[in-house]
Design a protein around this ligand. Structure first.
Ligand code: SF4
Length: 189
């Protein structure tokens, strides 16, 4: 199975300081796909995607409880890099560039009922929307299609970003929760 192939991936062994440990979740029936950055050290240890403060924030933003968030029949968690990339000077290193080109299209092809894709953070947005400005991309959330919804990365830094961009809470989050509910319900977004 594809998930077993992914879990056995060792392409970046030489450049991953903690070694390969792909952390992903998907199934053929996943309707909502969440494309984040890469696991942090805590998630690398646990092997559970988004089981950290960023995950708590993302669940609060989307209105998803843990039981739905961690149900691969409903939600796919497919970061830009599946393995913890290690620490850089100012936080974690970027996701490994080998990963998304190697796996995303193959995984996406198995999810035949995908209705909404959340692009969480600048790496996912650069890859899928070809945009370099996260704030502009999120502000224009209604214009991206088909089925893409850009979001900032919900790290602790997002609190500062949200203070500067109050429209995120008033305009974007209610629309996000509606889109997520719709994707997981009966109708296409
Ligand atoms: S980051 Fe992706 S490509 Fe690299 S070893 Fe992990 S799963 Fe394989």
């Amino acid at each position: 199975m594809l998930i077993d192939e992914v879990r056995a991936c060792t392409v970046c062994t030489k450049v991953l300081p903690a070694g390969p440990r792909p952390v992903v979740q998907f199934s053929p029936t996943s309707r909502l796909v969440i494309i984040g950055q890469a696991p942090g050290s805590k998630v690398h240890q646990s092997g559970v995607p988004w089981q950290d403060d960023s995950g708590d924030r993302l669940r609060a933003w989307t209105g998803l409880g843990a039981e739905v968030f961690y149900d691969p029949a409903k939600v796919a968690l497919m970061p830009m890099g599946f393995c913890y990339p290690g620490k850089g000077r100012s936080g974690d290193l970027p996701p490994r560039p080998e990963c998304a080109p190697l796996w995303h299209a193959r995984i996406s092809a198995t999810m035949t009922d995908c209705r909404l894709t959340l692009l969480v953070g600048s790496y996912a947005q650069a890859h899928y929307l070809k945009t370099a400005n996260l704030t502009d991309a999120v502000k224009a959330f209604r214009t991206h299609g088909p089925g893409f919804f850009p979001l900032p990365h919900p790290s602790w830094r997002s609190g500062i970003w949200m203070k500067r961009n109050p429209w995120f809470e008033t305009d974007v989050l209610p629309a996000l929760r509606r889109a997520v509910r719709k994707a997981l319900g009966g109708k296409k977004t």
